[in-house]
Each structure stands twice: as structure tokens, then as C-alpha cells.
Design a protein around this ligand. Structure first.
Ligand SMILES: Nc1nc2c(ncn2[C@@H]2O[C@H](COP(=O)(O)OP(=O)(O)OP(=O)(O)O)[C@@H](O)[C@H]2O)c(=O)[nH]1
Length: 308
């Protein structure tokens, strides 16, 4: 359509007239305070509101974050999904919701590097600003890492889903739990054993959650790399973004030489996590997207070394 035709289109009412046509009305009389300090502050009312609440706050807060990987000094920007909460007593009607994102923005302006030290500082500061005894922060994000072909050495980016949860309590201090879900190849031992040739294999999703010891120092090692290695080193084979034919031959034969049930994966990964000195408690789950079924195969274990 050329310029002249556009000008002959029908004349629309003005935007203000359009809003009125669709129901907008003029502002009514202003009778309530507009200064914050003169406003009602319902959430800070004090009464017996029947129950203490374990967690009150906000969730599904998406925000750009920076993470580090010990192998690479430069930071990686990714998208974090946050959950912030604190408990409140039954004498308090509500929390101060604006303070969660208010503090997040302040940390963002200071270049929010999402590491355990920073999350500890954030969580204690949040409890103080909320005038509560405790607070917790949980953030999940896709973590990207370089993966090279076993023969070609051609690089590409893989990713794993990471989660960090830091809780602070005035009496007990900090509790730090980190999780990672990595993807692997698994080849079925039974299928290999009973078949003249071939064996069904599929992508497996390994989720590991670990509670870290109080003295864990993330400058010593990157927990994301340690958990990923625990999943991948026990798999039938690793997953790669770039595979040339020599690479594909290597990973195909490696999978056949390392058959694994879901039970095997969970037990072998559990053994590796058990041997990590800074892991107090761990949960391991494997979910195989079975290539010969429409359903998945699953296995899980939870183990607490402090209860031995
Ligand atoms: N506690 C609570 N607040 C809510 C909820 N939904 C919305 N809000 C609003 O969260 C807003 C921000 O609360 P506050 O952070 O206390 O706001 P404020 O009092 O202006 O700020 P402060 O001076 O920091 O306390 C209020 O306007 C609440 O109405 C809810 O379900 N619970």
C-alpha cells in the first residue's frame, strides 16, 4: 500500500475519545492521603492472626544475573528465577513485599554475582530489612559450559539447570543447598544382554541436590562442575553439542561398553557424592526418557552422612 492510500483511511476518534468509548472515566474525588507515611499500613498491623507462617514472600522473579565458573575467570550472564521468603509470626498481618525486589535491584546495581558468599550476605540483609529472624533465597538458572568432541576437539556449548538455596536463621546461621540437573546417555544392560546385537539407549536426566558443609569454599572448586562430573562420569556416555563421525563412533562404542540401568546411575552418582568431603547430605534422581516406551524410567535416593 503506497503512502497516498494510507492518508485516505477513515478518520479515527482521538485516543482520549477512544478510551472513553471503551469505558475509561475521569478520576473521582481524592479523599485519602498520598504521602506514604500518612497512608494506612495494613501489612504492619499487629493482632493475633491465629497462625505463624513458615514462608511469606515472592516467587517466579526473573532477573539477569552473573555467575562464575572456576575454570574461566570471566563471568557468565544468564537469567535467574528467584524465590524470596521469610517466616512471620501470628502477631503480624503481613510482610513488606516491596523490600524483596528493592534489595534485588540494589544488588543488581552492584553487579549481582550469584555465588554462595553473596547469597549469604543477601539473605541475612533481607532478614534484617524485614525485621524477621530468618530469610531464604532460592535462585535457578541455566548454566552454560563448553564441551569438546572426544576426537575432533570441536567445541560447543551445553547447558545444565542449576539451583542455589541459601537460608539464614538468627539462631542457627546458614543452610546452603545446591542442585544441578545434567543430561547423559544411558544404554540398557538388559537390552544389550538379551539381544544378538544393538541395545536401546536414551537421554537420562540426573538431578543432584546436596547440602554443603558450613566451611565449603567455592573458591576452591566450582560445585556445578563437581556435580556435572558426578553425573557424566558414571553415564554410559556424555552428551556433546558437536560430533563428527570419529566422535560419534567413540561415544557410540563407549555407551555400549558402559550399560546402565537408572538404578545403576543413581547408585554410582551417590557413591561419588558420598566421597565429596563438603557434602553433608545428598539426593540423587535419574529419569530416563526411554526410547522404547512412551513413559520414563526413574530411580531416586536420599542419604544423610550426618546420620551415619
Ligand atoms: N504482605 C502482603 N503485601 C501485599 C500482598 N499483595 C500485595 N501486597 C502489597 O505489597 C505492597 C508493598 O508493601 P510494603 O513493602 O510494606 O510497602 P511500604 O510499606 O510502602 O514499604 P516499606 O516502607 O518498605 O514498608 C503493599 O502495597 C501491599 O498491599 C500480599 O499478599 N501480602
Amino acid at each position: 500500500m503506497n503512502q497516498t492510500n494510507i492518508n485516505t483511511q477513515k478518520q479515527l476518534p482521538s485516543k482520549e475519545e477512544r478510551h472513553k468509548l471503551f469505558g475509561s472515566v475521569d478520576p473521582g474525588p481524592r479523599t485519602k492521603p498520598i504521602e506514604k507515611d500518612e497512608m494506612a499500613d495494613l501489612q504492619n498491623s499487629r493482632e493475633d492472626f491465629l497462625f505463624d507462617l513458615d514462608a511469606v514472600g515472592i516467587s517466579n522473579v526473573k532477573h539477569p544475573i552473573r555467575i562464575y565458573s572456576s575454570k574461566k575467570p570471566e563471568m557468565q550472564t544468564t537469567i535467574g528465577t528467584f524465590r524470596f521468603a521469610s517466616s512471620i509470626g501470628k502477631g503480624s498481618k503481613g510482610t513488606n513485599m516491596s523490600r524483596f525486589t528493592e534489595q534485588l535491584d540494589r544488588y543488581h546495581n552492584d553487579g549481582f554475582a550469584v555465588d554462595i558468599t553473596t547469597l549469604k550476605k543477601f539473605t541475612k540483609e533481607l532478614a534484617d530489612r524485614l525485621k524477621q529472624e530468618d530469610a531464604e533465597v532460592e535462585v535457578s538458572y541455566p548454566w552454560f559450559f563448553e564441551r569438546r568432541g572426544p576426537f575432533s576437539d570441536l567445541a560447543g556449548m551445553n547447558h545444565a539447570d542449576a539451583t542455589m538455596k541459601v537460608s539464614y536463621h538468627q539462631q542457627t546461621g546458614y543452610d546452603v543447598e545446591v542442585s544441578l540437573t545434567g543430561k547423559i546417555t544411558t544404554l540398557c544392560p538388559c537390552s544389550k544382554e538379551i539381544s544378538e546385537y544393538s541395545a536401546h539407549n536414551q537421554r537420562g536426566n540426573v538431578t543432584m541436590s546436596v547440602r554443603l558443609t558450613e566451611d565449603f569454599d567455592e573458591n576452591d572448586m566450582d560445585w556445578k562442575e563437581a556435580l556435572l562430573e558426578a553425573a557424566e562420569s558414571n553415564a554410559s556416555a556424555r552428551i556433546h553439542p558437536v560430533l563428527k563421525r570419529p566422535d560419534e563412533k567413540a561415544v557410540t562404542e563407549q555407551a555400549y561398553e558402559n550399560p546402565r540401568f537408572v538404578e545403576d546411575i543413581v547408585r554410582l552418582v551417590a557413591a561419588d557424592l558420598y566421597e565429596l568431603p563438603y557434602v553433608e547430605r545428598f539426593y540423587v534422581a535419574c529419569r530416563n526418557e526411554e526410547s522404547i516406551h512412551l513413559h520414563d524410567a526413574i530411580a531416586e535416593v536420599t542419604y544423610d552422612k550426618t546420620e551415619e
